[in-house]
Design a protein around this ligand. Structure first.
Ligand SMILES: Cc1ncc(COP(=O)(O)O)c(C=O)c1O
Length: 421
């Protein structure tokens, strides 16, 4: 019989095999100091492009004040227990009401985490006769929610509306044959890796021909898109077609937690059936009060979204003018596509950090195919023109080095911090 621990030590996964060379540098880096566009990494200031602090709220003085006062008044424990049993409060209900109104939905439910929340919401919505149709590039939380689904699931090619219709036809035929069940379509409002918006308007238009409900994970659209910041549905003028609107608080709100908004009867169903909330402690009061303040600023300070977009466009246009391939993003998420091996990618990343003081994140094999490198830059309202200019120059320089073969090395650089465990 295999010992489970021995097996894991022998074969510890595609990323952790690099940990002896990269732990603390490429993986699990520690960014220190106040959250902003410039933070400390290994004792030196870097321009940071890796945080989803879109509106710059993480370190807004009013937010910091409210967070501190709420923590002082309530501590981090209150209220104890799950919402259903003993963990409810007026503030939790107020936040739900305000989020529902902001998203033009009847009701909303708070969740402790986006990842667990959406997984568990999918579980609470669909049974074994139902079919879930989803975009191939859906976030891991949607994919893992599908693992809990006992019925059929049909995937459509990323943002391919024709393929989505094909899956609607397949699902409709299956349900007619079964004589029972329904269809839930799931997409993202903005795909967090490539920055392209989901085809919400086109998918919504299928409602004229097919019977289904639409759930949108708008983690990256909430606060960044739409006239009022209500997200990708507002941006595409199809919020009414979204039956269930979901966002985490971990991005524009620079906090923790999540919510789902929709019709009162369905949100109530989720409330009484979502296992990740029923069997877990409710969000601490300090977080809820902090989130109420964040929502207030998000609604009343449109200048934050304007600044985010002016920075995003300055960065994106600057990259395009310099010949970089940034794909077809139509959100602040800014991918930069390059070609090279994992070794070249890590050597380039190290040069960018050490010689140019730019902290950015890369995605390489096995997350994406071999030979491809994606930088994922997240502009925010907190970045300055100078941050952007320095970054554009640095990118131009490292790309030239990459193309000239300067980063061709045998192994990924050994940048690991001494591990104490
Ligand atoms: C599209 C999407 N959905 C859900 C989540 C999970 O949110 P949370 O960090 O609140 O668990 C994320 C965060 O990375 C995300 O990008």
């Amino acid at each position: 019989m295999a010992d489970i621990f021995e097996k894991l030590i022998k074969s510890n996964g595609p990323l952790s095999k690099h940990r002896e060379r990269g732990h603390g540098y490429f993986f699990f880096p520690k960014l220190e100091g106040e959250i902003g566009s410039r933070m400390m990494f290994r004792g030196k200031e870097k321009i940071v492009w890796s945080l989803n602090n879109y509106l710059g709220l993480a370190n807004h003085p009013e937010i910091r004040k409210v967070d501190a006062e709420a923590a002082k008044q309530y501590g981090l424990g209150y209220p104890m227990g799950s919402r259903m049993m003993s963990g409810n409060s007026d503030y939790h209900e107020q936040l739900e009401k305000e989020l529902a109104a902001f998203e033009h939905k009847e009701d909303a439910i708070l969740m402790n985490f986006g990842y667990q929340g959406i997984m568990s919401a999918i579980d609470s919505l669909c049974g074994r006769h139902d079919v879930i149709i989803y975009d191939a590039e859906s976030h891991a939380c949607i994919i893992d929610g599908l693992r809990l689904h006992t019925g059929h699931r049909y995937v459509y090619k990323h943002n391919d509306v024709a393929d989505c219709e094909k899956q609607l036809q397949r699902a409709t035929a299956l349900i007619e044959k079964q004589g029972t069940g329904g269809i839930l379509v799931i997409t993202e409002g903005v795909f967090g890796m490539a920055g392209d918006q989901g085809k919400l308007k086109e998918i919504g238009a299928f409602k004229k021909q097919y019977d289904f409900r639409l759930l949108v994970d708008d983690a990256h659209g909430f606060g960044t898109l739409g006239k009022t910041g209500a997200g990708a549905g507002e941006e595409q003028n199809c919020q009414v077609d979204i039956d269930l609107y979901f966002s985490t608080f971990a991005k524009s709100m620079a906090s923790i937690g999540a919510f789902m908004a929709g019709p009162k009867a369905i949100i109530d169903h989720i409330r009484y059936n979502i296992r990740s909330q029923i069997f877990a402690k409710s969000l601490p009061m300090a977080i809820v009060i902090g989130n109420l303040k964040r929502l207030e600023l998000l609604k009343t300070m449109p200048e934050l979204k304007e600044k985010l977009w002016s920075n995003a466009l300055r960065l994106q246009n600057g990259l395009k003018e310099r010949g970089f391939d940034i794909g077809n993003t139509d959100s602040p998420v800014t991918p930069v596509y390059m070609k090279g091996s994992v070794e070249e990618a890590t050597t380039m990343l190290m040069d960018l950090r050490e010689s140019y003081n730019i902290f950015a994140s890369i995605i390489v094999y096995p997350v994406i195919p071999k030979g491809h490198i994606i930088y994922r830059l997240i502009p925010s309202a907190a970045h300055t023109d100078e941050d952007i200019e320095i970054t554009l120059q640095a990118f131009t320089s490292v790309k030239q080095k990459l193309d000239s073969g300067a980063y061709r090395v045998e192994a990924i650089p050994d940048m690991a911090e001494a591990q104490t465990v």
